[in-house]
Write a protein that binds this ligand. Sequence first.
Ligand code: NAD
Length: 507
Amino acid sequence: MTEMRIIASAGVALPTPFEARHLIGGAWLDSADGAVSERYSPAHGTLVSVAAKGGVAEAEAAIGAARATFDAGDWAFSSGAYRAGILLRVADLIEAHLDRIALLETLESGKPISQAKAEIGGAADLWRYAAGLARMVHGDSHNALGPDMLGVVLKEPIGLVSLICPWNFPFLIVSQKLPFALAAGCTAVVKPSEMTPSTTCILGELLIEAGLPAGVVNIVLGYGDPVGAVLSTDARVDMVSFTGSTGVGKRISAAASATLKRVSLELGGKNPQVIFPDADLDQAADAIAFGVYFNAGQCCNSGSRIIVHEDVVEALTAKVVACSRRVPFGDPLDPETQVGAIISPEHLEKIDGYVQAAVADGATVAIGGKAFAVDGVGPHFYEPTVVTNLRPDMAIARDEVFGPVLAVLTFRTLDEALHLANDAAYGLSAGVWSRDMSTCLSFARRVQAGTVWTNTWMDGYPEMPFGGVKQSGQGRELGRYGMEEFLEVKTVQMRIGNTRAPWVSQE
Ligand code: NAD
């Protein structure tokens, strides 16, 4: 066993399983055929929730409710002040229910409770930020089109949006989408991951309590096939906003193209951090450990690929390995735990497959490299793992492993570092470590990524847009761009007097 900090069972009594239902047109419903799916905690192996398992009928009913609500116009034409009031009440309610939401989030996802609480608090802040945006829906006016013409560019809600979400940050990611869509005046059908349905249903309860009219937000539980597929193909849907894997993102994009829906995609990453010899190696090592072990590496922003100058690779790797030994892995319910369980046994196997394939191909495991069990909890944990002696063409250095596994590559010049950083299908985020600001800025301007961090990793703010380039996606969430995604542009041209020159000869 790798020498590491393991937190054994916290001995916390688990709540009775949550019953998750669809929210359609303001009513909580079971599936018509009574189908359900059960979710067991990946850490503890206990039943956490029993969720209605939707099919085509439920997805179509939810779309029908959201479409009718949008077309009725009461919500779409409501004032920004009214919508902001509701979003602010939701933020307050999220905070009031923070502990309950965080506990379910931890039990369904395996993430540490302290992290879940921080994410739910961060989500409340997103609802508050979006409330401000709701009062900022405005376009342009054109007063220089001639003496008798006034042009107005209106911003309108795009319509009915499907929001399809993943399991790794269930409450946070729905909160990166839904309040922004509502601020714009859209109606929505939300599909959480089949593995983490419950906290989205609690959000539905809070929306009702906050006074959101029935039918504005609908929730359908179930799998990508058929629920997600219906949400991305039905002609009544105007836009799909998806966060998840690049493979599914491509399928959704293709499916949505038949009716030319707008598609916003937040997909995977294999995010590089480049470390120059003049960097503060202690700070870099700590941020690298955070970047790769946070959420057990099951994070689109995982800093899973470091590109280190040859002169400091030994010293830096030693520091990262030392940090790896001190990070507490273990029972997600213990407030001290910083890294919890892997989402499923299948995913654990996939992570290990990448490490073992690299070893078979000549790589060296500096620390970790296998699954482990936690006393009194369960077996679905993976050791903090650092893999060196890699070639850039190995799968572990190119693919999204989505586990606590760090790939270490080396470079000699800025150009070489940039080439390695950009030699990837993905382009979500990137980082650079140097005390020389011109080195940082040269890198930031030339690296192909939606977000660049200099001398830090994974800081985020509601004000700062987030999204990827290349196969990491299209479109942006957060910031004012986060609401713009859900707005359409309408041009209105108004002749002021009776001055229009006839097209048809009057003779
Ligand atoms: P996933 O792609 O397997 O599933 C995401 C969602 O899509 C789920 O709700 C799933 O039911 C649904 N789905 C599956 N097949 C579908 C289909 N054919 N049509 C419509 N919907 C379908 O992703 P996941 O395993 O839940 O999440 C992990 C992935 O998400 C990783 O690749 C990660 O990088 C990515 N992610 C990206 C961001 C970002 O902002 N860029 C954030 C978090 C996660």
